[in-house]
Write a protein that binds this ligand. Structure first.
Ligand code: UDP
Length: 317
């Protein structure tokens, strides 16, 4: 298939583009490089450097079989301080994408959604049928896009899949996580191991969990890329399928830090700090639906592998 990847110079987008190329698809990346990196775009992909909202119609006019839409604003804290940036960057831009897809008859869409659409869950593991009550603007904008996609699929026959990621981590060779503003636990812990940071702050040790720190479901970016390939290839006309992507196993902040100590051989000093606003205590996915309907099977579920791959990437830079 000829596929357009928005945000293909970013962490998840570049990993997924590499997987699509490997599977034999033709990939064109659109990225404004505001947070992505030109050298992360895999070989064999054409890069169009532009804000997707400005060029959606022109680019899709070339003729594509499908779009994988990664380009988005994704910092929770920033979304609370500057909501307009998120409603425009995530919702308005995706609306333009959907209209351009309709205009040019592009039939398939895979959208990067997030566990943040669920907010504080009643039960874990979280199935796709759980109530959606986002606790931050970022999650609200992603949920709004999911609603838009549902209606476009029903009315216009779009073949759409939303993938709700839990905590993406790890790396695949030269495709790894390198954000200018880093907020994620694993890359921050590894920055302590490289000496860029003196210690890691543990946001709260009084949560209702076994060791008192928050539990998350970490998913290897390579497993995530496999799910995108399955999603674009199996999307069905007129249907908006929604899948949670996680391993179904949670690790606490302290367990992640310990795994990083083992992978790096560094003592990684940790200091307990106040809770971070908006953090739920436990977020773990039920990915039964992705396994059953897509035939997805994560191959790198253990935290040691995830951390080792992230560390190999960090060291390579
Ligand atoms: N966390 C932490 N210290 C940090 C960064 C994150 O204790 O410096 C915790 C955070 O509170 C959460 C977990 O690590 O419980 C994962 O956070 P991250 O930002 O990586 O992902 P999120 O779950 O927010 O999507």
């Amino acid at each position: 298939m000829k596929l357009l990847v928005t945000g293909g110079a970013g962490y998840v987008g570049s990993n997924c583009s590499a997987r699509l190329v490997e599977a034999g698809h033709e990939v064109v990346v659109v990225d404004d490089l505001s947070t992505g990196h030109a050298d992360a775009v895999p070989e064999g992909c054409r890069l169009i450097q532009a804000d997707f909202a400005d060029v959606a119609s022109t680019v899709l006019g070339e003729g594509f079989d499908g779009v994988l839409h990664f380009a988005a604003k994704s910092l929770v804290g920033e979304s609370m301080q500057d909501p307009a940036k998120y409603w425009h960057g995530n919702v308005v831009t995706t609306l333009r994408l959907l209209d351009a897809m309709r205009e040019h008859g592009t039939s398939r869409l895979v959208f990067s959604s997030t566990a943040a659409v669920y907010g504080e869950p009643d039960d874990v593991p979280i199935p796709e049928t759980a109530p959606t009550r986002p606790t931050n603007t970022y999650g609200a904008t992603k949920l709004a896009v999911d609603h838009m996609i549902t209606s476009y699929a029903a009315a216009h026959g779009l073949a759409a899949v939303s993938l709700r990621y839990f905590n993406v981590a790890g790396a695949q060779g030269r495709y790894g996580e390198r954000h200018a503003t880093e907020t994620h636990l694993i890359p921050l812990v590894l920055q302590v191991a490289t000496g860029q940071r003196e210690q890691i702050q543990v946001f709260g040790d009084d949560w209702p969990t076994e060791d008192g720190t928050c539990i998350r479901d970490y998913i290897h970016v390579t497993d995530l890329a496999d799910a995108h390939l399955l999603a674009i290839e199996n999307a069905t006309a007129g249907k908006h399928a929604i899948y949670n992507l996680g391993n179904g196993t949670g690790f606490s902040v302290l367990q992640v830090i310990e795994a990083c100590r083992e992978a790096t051989g560094h003592e990684i000093p940790a200091k307990v700090a106040p809770r971070r606003a908006g953090d739920p205590a436990v977020l773990v996915a039920s990915s039964e639906r992705a396994r059953t309907e897509l035939g997805w099977k994560p191959e790198r579920a253990d935290i040691a592998t995830i951390v080792q791959d992230a560390w190999a990437f960090t060291q390579s830079r």
